[in-house]
Design a protein around this ligand. Structure first.
Ligand code: FCB
Length: 536
């Protein structure tokens, strides 16, 4: 009798567990499940060599930047130390999260600590040109990154490698000098003449970036097939060059100049296209065995723009203009070749179907975090950008930002509004470009881990719908981020990690919400159990 009760209870448990494990929203076979990190944000800490050769290193410790609250005063050298702990982190991603991929970046200034300008590549990336680059490269760092990529592969994690995740070598960008050169320059004035080491303001960056891409393709191509050229070029522009209250993120060089915006866009577009060509020229090894040695794309930050008042034609027009300038111009340029460089909403004959830009995207990487609400004003804020006739609200009130407007729904610790439906909205446009898509970042600053589980399930449920409905051909999802890390000008308070880390011991601790992601990754889909625990 007792035995049969025990058996019955056992079977009831088993049936319950089986029901909970039932996948109610499957993802396609071969889908990549990963997390994303970047070199500057996650490499440093403990014994890791400091990344002193970058503009960001200088930027975050400059006393004037700290005094003016452009930056938090936190420093990246107390970070999670991925540089030394990559093997353990690979294990965490594989076993702790059930992942099969990891997106990371290679620090340009670590590979090339001094200028590559003297290397002549006018004849292409010939063996001689590559040998000249090899002579300038830091071979210890090349070996280090090969070891990292090898460790990921050993753990069956497909590496997706970003070549530029915001930080630039100091030899190409002196951010304090550029900042100071703009100090007395108004937002509508010309870019000051005679700038040197001006980063994305200087067209010379295009060739130097292409050299780095060619070198990376040559040195790491046997370990990497999935390449991201530039992380969020439009964020680089907005956060570096439109530092009006509530808009820019005080990225180096921290200026407010619409002329600079116009100067940097073509440089970023060209840098992507030439890096794309360079990777295709030098990475000839098919590491994943799928017949294509290189899949290269840009990683684009996309925002769901909504009118503040849907009944106001000005707000509706403003939201459409925001969507066009922020979400579409760059992607149009590197797919169709139509590059609206003057941001006026029309493609002039010289802007149409540019052969030097068209078809430079094997996939599109989409970083999606938030919705923006737009108030239209009916007239351009500047003659430099004819379609900029709106004021966007991108973040909301937090204890650290008490003067921002109150959150209209639910917002993260960072003041970003949680809006999963926006992922489908932005992917609806991306899907029309006819390329495979990866969600290369999506995540939430949530120190208490109170919202993250639901956030993950809601966004992945939206993404599953996007795939099932054929809106876009999405091949993978990378959650930002594996561990907490250095959140640029804001330092350490925004906690984006699925795992926290102890700054003294370096020990990682998975947050409870990581279980939701692990379950989804392991099942290649959303189970009944996960939906019951985290769903709406
Ligand atoms: C993205 C960046 C990434 C991180 C997240 C929160 O815009 O690519 O480095 O800062 O936001």
């Amino acid at each position: 009798m007792r035995r049969s009760i025990v058996l019955a209870a056992f079977f009831a448990l088993l049936v319950g567990a089986t029901a909970r494990a039932e996948v109610v929203q499957p993802f396609p076979g071969g889908f990549l499940w990963g997390t994303a990190i970047s070199a500057f944000q996650s490499e440093m800490g403990a014994g890791a060599p400091d990344d002193t050769g970058t503009d960001w290193w200088v930027w975050v410790r400059d006393p004037a930047n700290i005094a003016s609250a452009r930056v938090s005063g936190d420093l990246p050298e107390t970070g999670p130390d991925f540089y030394d702990r990559y093997r353990k982190d690979a294990r965490l991603a594989r076993h702790g999260l059930g992942n099969n991929a990891l997106r990371l970046s290679i620090e340009w200034s670590r590979i090339f600590p001094a200028s590559t300008a003297a290397v002549d590549v006018s004849g292409g990336f010939t063996p001689q040109a590559l040998a000249a680059l090899d002579a300038l490269a830091d071979q210890g760092e090349v070996a280090h990154y090969r070891a990292v990529l090898g460790a990921l592969r050993e753990r069956k994690l497909v590496p997706m490698v970003t070549l530029n995740h915001f930080s630039l070598p100091l030899w190409i960008h002196e951010p304090l000098a550029v900042r100071d050169a703009f100090a007395a320059v108004g937002p509508d004035a010309d870019v000051p003449a005679g700038l040197t080491r001006a980063g994305w303001l200087d067209p010379a960056i295009v060739d130097e970036f292409a050299k780095f891409a060619a070198y990376a393709g040559w040195k790491f191509g046997d370990l990497v097939d999935l390449w991201c050229t530039i992380n969020e070029p439009v964020v680089v522009i907005v956060s570096g060059f439109i530092n009006a209250a509530g808009v820019g993120g005080n990225f180096p060089p921290g200026v407010f100049s619409f002329a600079a915006v116009r100067t940097t866009i073509p440089n970023l577009v060209a840098a992507h296209a030439r890096a794309y060509d360079a990777l295709h020229a030098t990475d000839t090894v098919d590491a994943d065995g799928d017949g294509t040695p290189v899949k290269a794309g840009v990683v684009h930050n996309m925002v769901a723009f909504h009118p503040a008042n849907p009944a106001s034609p000005l707000d509706v027009a403003g939201a459409a203009h925001g969507d066009y300038i922020y979400n579409r111009v760059f992607l149009n340029a590197v797919t169709t070749g139509d590059f609206d460089a003057d941001l006026d909403g029309t493609i002039s004959p010289s802007e149409a179907a540019r052969p030097d830009l068209a078809g430079r995207s094997d996939f599109i990487g989409v970083n999606y975090y938030l919705r923006a609400v737009v108030t239209g004003i009916g007239v351009p804020l500047t003659s430099r950008i004819p379609l900029f006739d709106f004021i966007p609200t991108l973040s909301y009130r937090t204890p650290r930002n008490p003067s921002a407007p109150p959150c209209p729904s639910t917002c993260s610790d960072f003041g970003w509004e949680i809006y999963p439906a926006g992922l489908r909205e932005v992917l609806s446009f991306v899907g029309t470009l006819g390329r495979p898509v990866y969600v290369t970042e999506n995540g939430i600053a949530d120190a208490a881990d109170a919202l993250r589980g639901r956030y993950i399930v809601d966004h992945l449920s939206t993404l599953g719908g996007v795939i099932a409905d054929g809106v876009a051909d999405v091949r993978g999802y990378f959650h930002w981020s594996l561990t907490d890390n250095f959140e640029w000008s804001s330092g350490y308070y925004p906690r984006f990690g699925l795992a926290s880390f102890d700054p003294v011991s370096g020990r990682r601790k998975l947050r409870a919400s990581a279980r939701a992601y692990r379950s989804i990754a392991r099942h290649d889909g959303i189970t009944r159990g996960v939906l019951a625990r985290y769903g709406p």
